[in-house]
Design a protein around this ligand. Sequence first.
Ligand code: ADP
Length: 193
Amino acid sequence: MFNLILFGPPGSGKGTQSEKLIAKYNFKHLSTGDLLRNEISKKTPLGLEAKKFMDKGQLVPDEVVIGMISSALDNNPNVVGFLFDGFPRTAAQAEALDKLLELKHQSINVMLALDVSEEELVKRLQKRGETSGRTDDNQQVIRTRILEYNRKTSPVSDYYRKSKKAVMVKGEGTIEEIFKGLTKEIDSRIHKK
Ligand code: ADP
């Protein structure tokens, strides 16, 4: 299996690039944002709890997302690999993920971090807010999401830097250019297992 984390701040293009990566490599896409929005649309207890945090731009509690990822791993036993998108978002989530994978004799192969300037991020998120229909794409909530990212999520890259799994990839340019940067890093690792 080849397991990768697509990392980056809100608006860095993780969703767009994930779609292209799963089409090319057949990874199982695990986006905690999508999984949570799915729970919300089904009005499950988990979804209703998560919505309170998401609408404010705050992170959903670790135990909620870790539980969700744990079930997703169990429910997908025969995949070529997982693409984690929007997870892990805290150091505690990163540690929990390593433990969950270890139980399955698996590990993370690489963390690809999309590098985008803060100015560009705000521009993209505001533009998306005009069309996405997402209730968390307004200015105040965007600001909180970026704060949460800087405070809790950016330390996650140190975690993978320590194990030499973190790789920075240019996140500005055309969608194709960024995609090329990502596939170059994957291709140089995927056959060397
Ligand atoms: P974006 O990356 O654009 O912020 P996501 O869809 O990844 O969008 O996340 C939307 C919201 O869902 C976050 O602001 C947060 O409230 C919640 N969320 C998603 N993934 C996680 C996670 N791993 N841990 C905690 N909260 C999460």
